[in-house]
Design a binder for this molecule. Structure first.
Ligand code: ADP
Length: 248
């Protein structure tokens, strides 16, 4: 099965802004069906790494490969067709549409989703998929509510659900718990865990409790380089990591 072998790899990524190197030869392997967290102090290069992997920025050097194909600086649309999705937080939601219609729209706007729209049985299949996504996000009871009327924490769940509507093989999540109240964090973490059962998730996350609870692997970036990589417990006790955080 293709899903079992799909793999996202970044090799020796370097990004220069003038004389400044935001990334200096960063390599990362993303496994399927698990959460891989990228952590590091502000300015470490996390966002730049995400921008390169998701096709929003071309690296000065290095390569990104998806299932063996060179996709360095491939357009975000092409990457989406190849199964790589990136969440764009609240801006990907249509505020005046209902929760369910937001999910339908996400399916319809997507090239992979479009295949689901033809014919009656396809339409039934599509509605089953909408219900499944509502269920995954814990949003079933709010399916007919206007997205704009959802509390902030629920909107974040909807945002992630619209992103996974395309059934990505890889999902890039940029600080999914940022700005959330404490009680809204667990549902988002739970959804990410569910998604990771079928998908490789690359996660930039400041909340280390969330990282600890979700990530099978953690890459620590500092000043554009990989400082270390391993399980949460391995990196958390690495003196270089402790110094990087304290030094920041
Ligand atoms: P992080 O997400 O880990 O906080 P970023 O990837 O946003 O780090 O930024 C890494 C470094 O690159 C920072 O010092 C930032 O100021 C710099 N940087 C990011 N984007 C640009 C840009 N477009 N032009 C110049 N410098 C940039």
């Amino acid at each position: 099965e293709r899903a079992a072998t799909s793999l996202l790899t970044a090799r020796d990524l370097t990004v220069r802004f003038g004389d400044f190197e935001a990334l200096r030869g960063v390599s990362i392997d993303l496994d399927t069906r698990s959460v891989h967290a990228v952590i590091g102090p502000n300015g470490a290069g996390k966002t730049t790494l995400f921008n390169v992997i998701s096709g929003f920025m071309k690296p000065t050097a290095g390569q990104v490969r998806l299932n063996g194909a060179n996709v360095t600086a491939a357009s975000p649309n092409r990457l989406a067709r190849l199964g790589l999705a990136r969440s764009f937080q609240i801006c990907s939601i249509f505020p005046n549409l209902s929760v369910a219609d937001n999910i339908r729209t996400a399916l319809a706007l997507n090239v992979r989703g479009l295949q689901l729209l033809r014919g009656r049985s396809r339409r039934d299949e599509n509605e089953a998929r909408v219900r499944h996504l509502l269920d995954q996000g814990g949003l079933m009871d709010e399916s007919e509510r206007r997205a704009a009327d959802l509390p902030y924490g629920r909107r974040r769940l909807l945002e992630i659900v619209t992103t996974i509507a395309i059934a990505p093989k890889f999902l890039l999540l940029d600080e999914p718990t940022a700005g959330l109240a404490r009680e809204d964090i667990a549902p988002v973490a739970g959804l990410i865990k569910t998604v990771a059962a079928t998908c490789g998730v690359l996660l930039v996350e400041h909340n280390l409790q969330v990282v600890k609870s979700l990530a099978a692997k953690v890459t620590v970036l500092a000043e554009g380089s990989v400082l270390c990589e391993g399980s949460y417990d391995e990196v958390a006790r690495d003196p270089r990591v402790i110094n990087a955080y304290i030094g920041a």
